[in-house]
Design a protein. Sequence first.
Length: 277
Amino acid sequence: MAQTPQDDNFGHKHMDPPKAKHPSQPANEKIENNPGTHVKKLIAVISGKGGVGKSSVSALCALHVMKKGLRTAILDADITGPSIPRMFGLGPADIRADSQYLYPAQSATGIKVMSMNLLMEKEEQPVVWRSPVITGAMRQFWTDVVWGDVDYMFVDMPPGTGDIPLTLYQAFPLDGIIIVATPQELVEMIVQKAVNMARMMNIPILGLIENMSWMPCPHCGEKIYPFGESGIDEIAAKENLPVLAKLPIDSALAKACDEGTVEYYEGADLSGLDAVL
């Protein structure tokens, strides 16, 4: 499905937006997927700000579920900053289409993936679209992609509380969200924004994952806290939410994501997910 970049009215290069085949719907009405898609649980992975490693956490959550023998998929809803395909070593040649639908790429271990980068000729090509077109593309990843039978689909969200999270909360049949944070200053305020938005939209919050929580000392193996001691437990207790994992800074994970081999990474303990999924 490679497309040819076109000039917009500002002289920027962008990809042709997807052709909408479905009538517009009220913002608060759930959109239906196609007859070839059957997703049992739809989980969004969100963050209140960028730079917290949400995409890598989304990938690790999907891998944890896949290793239990469950059919797993990732919908990369970060339309303007997609990174999931590179983590799994996938490209445009890994998807296919017919006259009506798209079919997701599939990783070496069987995880299904759909992302804007799978529709681009070059992964570094920018998506220069206005917000309504971006949200339309995200909707079409649900309506126009034949996902088949999926036990758990994780949606890798863009950061913040803007149009795409709002559209997803209103229009997608979400079963819950996972909030990703880091142990830096102001994290309580940032997490609070994400929590408040989810509760405003009546979306269940499954729990918190603290990423970049600690790192092992290269000499003795003791835990080092480069951003200071974690406050995630206090935040979770205040909001009556579980802490699902505290993930370390690991150069092996960064290398695996860069090399497209994240599905073979073994260093993440996400056993806390089992109690809420």
